[in-house]
Design a protein around this ligand. Sequence first.
Ligand code: SAM
Length: 225
Amino acid sequence: MFPGSLGQSLAGRALRSGLWSLETVDIRDFARDKHRSVDDTPSGGGAGMVMRPDVVDAALASVEDRSGPVLYLSPRGRLLDQDFVRGLAGEPGVTLLCGRYEGVDQRVLEARNVVEVSVGDYVLSGGEPAALVLMDAVVRLLPGVMGNDDSGLEESFEQGLLEYPLYTRPSDWQGREVPEVLTSGHHDNIRLWRLAQAEEITEARRPDLWARYLKRRNEVPGKGR
Ligand code: SAM
């Protein structure tokens, strides 16, 4: 599963040139029986299987000299957002624990101070695609990974707003024209138009972000227009 799509494109090039690195650990290598089992039935009964604390702990111990937080991808975790992603991009490294079956025994999560992180309110069959999402979001923020380091600053969430609509050539496509202001060359007007569009879209689509943006704008003198 790894590096999966992260072996391609900008992230893949950055991986090959050493801007970031990836070490994968197969939890089965830490199993204690000849069947290499990592799971057992849930205490208290019920469906599915649970990943054993001793096996997961041994797998985590094998990378414990690595710096940075240990995160468990889990639908119960705090929602992954751009602020959290930015924080992770500033860490020297991150250890990601991918669950399978019903999940991981609670005791090893507590013993190792594992932080649970969710990629959304839906259930995946394993933590690996969630880990790829998190890694993609973090890797693109690492210095030197994106072609133009400024391009990230304008994107959705970076200013607390969703992104304004994007256009390129041709200026007339099937009778639909690029908004005139964008071809005016007037940078202040373009900036104000984009901000107004971003605000309109955010207010209409994401009342939660909009409320937070308004609060922040009122707190920071000179913020917004
Ligand atoms: N029994 C769990 C529950 O009800 O919350 C779901 C377990 S899920 C089938 C198996 C694994 O997929 C989880 O241990 C977790 O690692 C991963 N996973 C599933 N959904 C996820 C999400 N929304 N975010 C992050 N990881 C997720």
